[in-house]
Design a protein around this ligand. Structure first.
Ligand code: MG
Length: 168
């Protein structure tokens, strides 16, 4: 059995906030305006995991008006979503992500980010792919007003023995 899930996130970029992507801090004078640490990549991935398992979205699990999540480390969102899907028998096959930012250029950081994502998800490094795109200097991404990320995830689980027996 397989399930696929999709995630997206966008945050405004403001001065003097740390820029964290996939749990990795990237040196940059601007960062996301957010209730939590604003890690767009982990927010998109968390939504993709929840979506694949039919568990709603990140806003239902971690409301952005809940004081408990003020300044939250977004790795905790991803880890909790992973625990929820694992408790239902799902495991991650692979993830693919795209981060959209005009600045900073992310190519020097893609490998470290993908390695961290693989570590957080407990999957092989080759099963976590991170791509980077600019905004081609148009729109909120291109004007460096925002940063965004897309993520897609594939989950699998073995058919339960009960089901296999009844079909035979
Ligand atoms: Mg977000």
């Amino acid at each position: 059995m397989y399930r696929v899930g999709l995630g997206h996130d966008t945050h405004r970029l403001i001065d003097d906030r740390p820029l964290i992507l996939g749990g990795v801090t990237i040196p940059h004078p601007k960062g996301p305006d957010a209730h939590s640490d604003g890690d767009v990549l982990l927010h998109a991935l968390t939504d993709a995991l929840l979506g694949a398992a039919g568990l709603g979205d990140i806003g239902e699990w971690f409301p952005d008006n809940d004081p408990a999540f003020a300044g939250a480390d977004s790795t905790t969102f991803l880890t909790q979503a992973l625990e929820e899907i694992a408790s239902r028998g799902w495991q991650v096959v692979n993830v693919d992500c795209t981060v959209f930012a005009q600045q900073p250029r992310l190519s020097p950081h893609k490998n470290e980010i993908a390695a961290r994502v693989a570590e957080l998800l407990g999957i092989d490094r080759s099963a976590a792919n991170v791509k980077a795109k600019t905004g081609e200097r148009v729109g909120p991404i291109g004007r460096e007003e925002a940063i965004a990320a897309d993520a897609i995830v594939l989950l699998s689980r073995a058919e339960s023995p009960v089901n296999s027996n009844t079909s035979g």
